[in-house]
Design a protein around this ligand. Structure first.
Ligand code: 13P
Length: 288
């Protein structure tokens, strides 16, 4: 099935009280592992691409070509959206041109009026071309591929203004952080989330920084209107752990264990297991 935008899958998720996972991709192994797991579990899925990962893969054009071809050659029938993660203004236009089906404009570091003006323009351009769009208010703490945020909780009034632009999904800072959570993390601000949900109604809300959030907090966030959850670091950690084990056990030194298809296989399987665990937790299994 051709790639789709994320609007319909997220509207369904919001109405059905579950969340669709956005899993970030870095290369062929990541993409294949996520697509196959979504298909096996009959779950919709969003492939996230940060600007850094896009650059690593030699550009958004390469990414779009790879994802489209792989979706077809693997015979994937579940809905798959190819989404820019924390896009700059320029990055959004590059992804639109490259054939992405969904973009995120992260204008959260701009003064609000500038975020609003740029978001408004990009909503109109994206919708004119059939893409879905995510915008951000408040900021996600920590660092992801060079995007650094202070982690301010979003102002629910500002969330309403941005949501009313017609964005398909709204990312709001609620104490969430990219990467591993520190020991002294205060947890998600459900008070903020509830206030945002009250102001924005049926709009699908996005929870960034999905790595390491305890299951009970994830479930509560979904009950308060979160319908898209982003996971990046956790797949990287699973891949790293499995690859380290393979090498520490000396398997790369046995026979043809150095063959990249063997060397990368445990990490690939580990990503699949992490994606499966998250899809089960988010409730998107069987919802394609
Ligand atoms: P984690 O790396 O913390 O899972 O965050 C992913 C994310 O929010 C992508 O935008």
């Amino acid at each position: 099935m051709a790639l789709v935008n994320a609007a319909e899958m997220l509207t369904k998720a919001k109405a059905g009280h579950y969340a669709v996972g956005q899993f970030n991709i870095n290369n062929l192994e990541w993409t294949k592992a996520i697509l196959l797991t979504a298909q096996e579990l009959n779950s919709p899925v969003i492939l996230g691409v940060s600007e850094g990962a896009g650059k690593y893969m030699t550009g958004f054009k390469t990414v779009a070509a790879m994802v489209k071809a792989m979706d077809e050659s693997l015979g994937i029938t579940v809905p798959v959206a190819l989404h820019l993660d924390h896009g700059t203004y320029e990055g959004c236009y590059k992804c639109i041109k490259a054939g992405f089906t969904s973009i995120m404009f992260d204008g959260s570091h701009y003064p609000f009026e500038e975020n609003l003006a740029k978001s408004k323009e990009l909503v109109s351009v994206a919708h004119g071309l059939g893409l879905s769009i995510e915008c951000e208010v408040g900021s996600i703490g920590g660092e992801e591929d060079g995007v650094v945020g202070m982690g301010e909780c979003a102002d629910p009034e500002e969330c309403k203004v941005i949501a009313d632009l017609g964005v398909d999904m709204l990312a709001a800072g609620i104490g969430n952080i990219h990467g591993k959570y520190p020991e002294n993390w205060q947890g998600l601000s459900f008070e903020t989330l509830a206030a945002i949900q009250e102001k924005t109604g049926v709009k699908p809300l996005v929870l960034h920084g999905g790595t390491g959030i305890p299951a009970d907090m994830i479930k509560k966030a979904i009950s308060l209107g979160v319908s898209k959850i982003n996971v990046n670091t956790e797949c990287q950690l699973s891949f790293q752990e499995a690859t380290r084990k393979y090498i520490e056990e000396g398997k790369d030194l046995q026979g043809k264990g150095f063959d990249p298809r063997k060397l990368l296989a445990p990490g690939f399987e580990a990503i699949k297991a992490t994606v499966k665990e998250k899809m089960e937790l988010f409730g998107s299994v069987g919802k394609a």
